[in-house]
Write a protein that binds this ligand. Structure first.
Ligand code: CFM
Length: 545
């Protein structure tokens, strides 16, 4: 069923007036006849609304730093904060030689009440000594959780002293959970830290091969990056480092030599991509390895950038071979998936990326959105000059980066760069809205109430979500596909990943489980009511009676 402005208004009418005004700016019905459709994003969630967002610590340690495998990531804070970052994101990694992979460990300073009262700096310094002695890692990060900022521990000073003492790259990230409106702030803090302290520390001056690239914003969830690397290696690319899935300090420190940076997740890593361009002259290409068509387009764009006839030919050969392998496997799943509809609500990139893969399988996305992305992820980077920084975003300063006098190189001539920009997404991302069909809903920071209401209207066949929001649709009798950690499955990227995804969602559609669940709104009366603005006297009277 389609939705119109009146129906949207009815959903929003349940909110108090101020909340309604706020939420209205975060939801739009796609209408390509309008030249510009603006959406509000990256602002504070309204207190009382149950959001699916995470915190700055989750974005910094959990998302960007955590997957770097040859470093020990110390969590300075109470043990609970560390426990929930303990590989729950499924960012897989294999040890390189020499065997340095510490991802299975959960390293925390385990702050106790006395540390909160008297300060935790000494405990942190002792912890670093222990980590160096026991693990001998290539580098160490320290991430702060909320209490650290509240009591004022100077983790930067502790890191500096430890760096001098041990002669190791030891860096601190002041990413206390409250530092921003979501995990997005933590991405920015981590990007700044990696750029300032690690990238460029290596002594390489030249790339090791003709086609050396970095993959940015790919975290190897369920092995995604391994599938992408398999395809790229077959074509002949040399991957210097993946940021940060299966990545390592040892490779990251020489990331400056790449001739091209691929950006998979724009939200979490666009800061490093633009800083690498300014400092070393390396352009970035927006890529998408989710979906068969998107993967093919990405491979062709990459070959186009390098402009080498042999590489272009090899790219086409690999595409042909891969398609021949997967097409017969996809066929039965396509039959099950045909003419279905989906909600696609994920954190910051996947809400967009998975729409193409769904479409190829015959599933139409009727609602999509991001938990914490910014307006440019919805509307495209052209909007960037118009975004006004608010107090929350100013909290995380942009690093000042200048061209490196020795290492800055133009990777391709300026005119060719300008020419390519007309055809391929070089240094650009056009955002999600542009790809959405008319009449579909775009919603930022979708909450539980809105989830239920939109489900009642659209009755989607599948809901792609995260762990926090998947239970509501399930209780309403709708299959879910967890698109954050893939619920023990994957990889979903590249050619073979598309087959895995098709198999998993086809299983979701085909299972008879959902026939045994009657959603409450099908056989029970619904409580109708509105929330009134509170006036001081009414509340007091009600309490008194
Ligand atoms: Fe990027 Fe991600 Fe995402 Fe993200 Fe995340 Fe994630 Fe995500 Mo969960 S980095 S924005 S902070 S693609 S953990 S691997 S799935 S919300 S859509």
């Amino acid at each position: 069923m389609a939705i119109n402005e009146k129906m949207l208004e009815e959903i929003l009418n349940k909110y108090p007036a101020k909340v309604k005004r706020n939420r209205k700016k975060h939801i739009l019905i796609r209408d390509s006849a309008q030249e510009i459709q603006e959406i509000e994003a990256n602002t504070r969630t309204i207190p009382g609304i149950i959001t699916n967002r995470g915190c700055a610590f989750a974005g910094c340690k959990g998302v960007v730093l955590g997957p770097l495998k040859d470093m020990v990531h110390i969590v300075h804070g109470p043990i609970g904060c560390a426990y929930y970052s303990w590989l729950t994101r499924r960012n897989k990694a294999r040890a390189d030689e020499p065997k340095q992979n510490f991802l299975a460990y959960c390293v925390s300073t385990d702050m106790q009440e006395s540390d909160i009262v008297f300060g935790g700096e000494k405990k942190l310094a002792r912890m670093i000594d222990e980590v160096v002695e026991i693990f001998k890692p290539n580098a160490i990060t320290i991430s702060a959780t909320c209490p650290v900022g509240l009591i004022g521990d100077d983790i930067q000073a502790v890191a500096r002293a430890a760096r001098a003492k041990h002669g190791l790259n030891i860096t601190a990230y002041s990413c206390e959970g409250y530092k921003g409106v979501s995990q997005s702030a933590g991405h920015h803090i981590a990007n700044n830290g990696l750029m300032e302290n690690i990238i460029g520390e290596g002594d390489w001056e030249e790339p090791p091969s003709k086609y050396t690239i970095n993959i940015l914003g790919e975290y190897n969830i369920g092995g995604d990056s391994w599938e992408v690397e398999r395809i790229l290696n077959e074509i002949g690319y040399e991957i210097q480092v993946v940021m940060t899935g299966n990545g390592s300090y040892e490779k990251l420190k020489n990331a400056h030599v790449a001739q091209l940076n691929l950006v998979q997740c724009h939200r979490s890593i666009n800061y490093i991509a633009t800083m690498l361009e300014t400092k070393y002259g390396t352009p970035w290409l927006k890529v998408n390895f989710i979906g068969i068509r998107a993967t093919i387009e990405t491979l062709r764009n990459m070959a186009r950038y390098f402009g080498d006839e042999a590489l272009i030919k090899r790219t086409e050969e690999v595409i042909e071979k891969e398609l021949a392998e997967i097409e017969p496997q996809l066929e039965p799943y396509r039959k099950i998936c045909a003419n279905k509809t989906a909600f696609c609500f994920v954190g910051g990139s996947r809400g967009h990326h998975y729409q193409g893969l769904y479409e190829e399988l015959g599933v139409t996305t009727v609602l999509a959105g991001y938990e914490f992305a910014h307006r440019d992820d919805y509307e495209g980077r052209d909007i960037l000059p118009n975004i006004k920084a608010d107090a929350d975003s100013k909290n995380i300063p942009d690093l000042h980066v200048a061209p490196d006098e020795r290492r800055y190189r133009l990777k391709i001539p300026v005119e060719r760069m300008e020419e390519l920009k007309q055809d391929i997404p070089l240094n650009n991302y056009k955002g999600m809205i542009d790809d959405m069909a008319d009449g579909s809903i775009v919603v930022d920071d979708l909450n539980h109430y809105e989830t239920e209401e939109f489900i009642k209207i659209f009755k989607p066949d599948i809901f792609s979500s995260g762990i926090k929001d998947k239970y509501i649709p399930q209780k309403m009798g709708i299959p879910t596909k967890q698109l954050h950690n893939y619920d023990y499955s994957g990889p979903y990227a590249g050619f073979r990943g598309a087959v895995n995804f098709a198999r998993d969602i086809a299983m979701g559609f085909a299972t008879p489980t959902w026939n045994f669940i009657v959603p409450p709104w099908k056989d029970q009366p619904l409580l109708e009511g509105t929330i009134e603005n509170c006036t001081a006297n009414t509340c007091v009277e009600e309490v008194a009676t």
